[in-house]
Design a binder for this molecule. Structure first.
Ligand code: DOR
Ligand code: ZN
Length: 429
């Protein structure tokens, strides 16, 4: 299929210009004769590189009641996300080359958007990390969370980091200190209110874990990516250790909610919501460039599960379908530059995880594109949620700036909210 976006304002991380964009096959190409192409009027609209979400949990295999690759990737596509990197905390967790191949076979041909896989470290599976084909990151849960992946024994970290360096992928850390979590769980065991979650997994947990991860990285010299930054202390640690091989992400939930918003288990997640002051610091780190990229940590659980009491409810919130509109609304309100947003949502993730052909609109790059209408205003409602979990923490948000067309590998997958037949998603190189 051939496409032409006429007179559209393209926005890259480094600048914008008004021009025509030509798509043929799965690539952005040089101008061709428009006669045999679908021509889309882009006047007054913006074309951005497809959003890359480097941190999602699409729950396959093992928890497809919460989400599966079809529903998760559909939610992504509707939200302008054209590439996701999926986490390994499945059942079973993806910790062997064989399990990775099984997951690969399971997902193939069932994704609306492009995808890649992170691999789970156990502390004893470094040979499997070496054997695993095409992984995008090695996930280390320094503290426990959903699933059974955990490497709390600090002696194991050096070898994991060395192995990741050898296979040349970033270590992605969930930086919460397990020992402190455990001892505080005991200390606060009488409490059942939602707020106790933030107190148990406090910023000290994050700080201890992140300091040790950074120390190990310094020794080994590998690439380290810090998942879901949430505390001012973490921002400071990153600022004090700036290095092109150290990167970090922030989630929308840590940017739009603080602990004060936590009235029930729906906003329970790991790491938890923080103080309003931490939230402000995180926004500053996003605007000031300390945070490299945004990632949703899309972690769907059902309404029934999230309706349970604090102790019973699983941690995690969905986010993949509303990341882009939430952030476009910030651009619309002049809280963030549009070019800067493209860096945060696409260009940086492509650089950090080495995703070839992604993150930029120019000839020769993959045709993963999102047409954006900055005048479109819409309220998020539960009805519009495409994720199988069927709810969103952002219900009721009135946002200006929405994706109107999503193109994956040169094919329109969503147009004005309507999902097409195309299923062009494939594994990223
Ligand atoms: O809140 C979370 N949910 N944090 C995690 O680390 C895992 C995730 C999930 O998979 O549910
Ligand atoms: Zn996660």
């Amino acid at each position: 299929m051939k496409l032409v976006f006429k007179n559209v304002t393209i926005v890259n991380a480094y600048g914008r210009e008004v021009r025509d964009v030509f798509v043929s096959g799965d690539k952005i190409v040089s101008p061709f004769d428009e006669e045999d192409a679908r021509v889309i009027n882009g006047e007054g609209k913006f074309l951005i590189p497809g959003v890359i979400d480097p941190h999602v949990h699409f729950r396959e295999p093992g928890a497809t009641l919460k989400e599966d690759f079809e529903s998760g990737s559909l939610a992504a596509a509707v939200g302008g996300v054209t590439t996701v990197l999926d986490m390994p905390n499945n059942s079973p967790a993806i910790t062997t080359a064989e399990l990775l191949e099984e997951k690969r076979d399971l997902v193939k041909g069932r994704s609306h958007v492009n995808y890649g896989f992170h691999f789970g470290a156990t502390g004893d599976n470094n040979e499997e990390i070496k054997k695993a084909r095409g992984i995008k990151g090695v996930k280390v849960y320094m503290g426990s969370s959903t699933g059974d992946l955990l490497v709390s024994d600090s002696k194991k970290w050096v070898d994991i980091f060395k192995t990741a360096k050898e296979v040349d992928v970033p270590v992605v850390v969930h930086a919460e200190n397990e020992e402190r979590i455990r001892s505080r769980m005991d200390e606060f065991s009488g409490r059942t209110d939602a707020h106790v979650h933030t107190e148990i997994r406090d910023c000290e947990c994050a700080k201890i874990a992140l300091s040790s991860a950074i120390a190990v990285r310094k020794k080994v010299g590998n690439k380290l990516h810090v998942a879901h930054m949430s505390c001012a202390e973490e921002v400071l640690l990153i600022k004090n250790n700036l290095d092109s091989r150290l990167s970090c992400e922030a989630t929308p939930h840590h940017l739009f909610f603080s602990e004060e918003d936590m009235v029930d288990s729906f906003l329970k997640m790991n790491p938890p919501l923080r103080s309003a002051e931490d939230m402000r610091t995180l926004w500053e780190a996003v605007r000031g460039g300390t945070v490299n990229c945004l990632a949703t940590d899309h972690a769907p659980h059902t309404v029934e599960e999230k309706s349970r009491s604090y102790l019973e409810a699983p941690a995690g919130v969905p986010g993949v379908e509303f990341l882009l509109p939430l952030m476009l609304n910030e651009v619309k309100q002049n809280m963030l530059g549009f070019e800067q947003l493209v860096g945060l949502l696409s260009a940086e993730a492509a650089r950090i995880f080495g995703l070839k052909g992604k993150g930029e609109i120019c000839e020769g790059m993959d045709a993963d594109l999102v047409l954006v209408d900055m005048e479109k205003e819409m309220k998020i409602t539960r009805n519009m949620v495409r994720s199988k979990c069927g709810w969103s923490p952002y219900e009721g948000y009135l946002l200006k700036g929405w994706p109107v067309i999503t193109v994956v590998n040169g094919e329109i997958v969503v147009e004005q909210g309507k999902v097409t037949e195309a299923m062009p998603g494939r594994e990223v190189d």
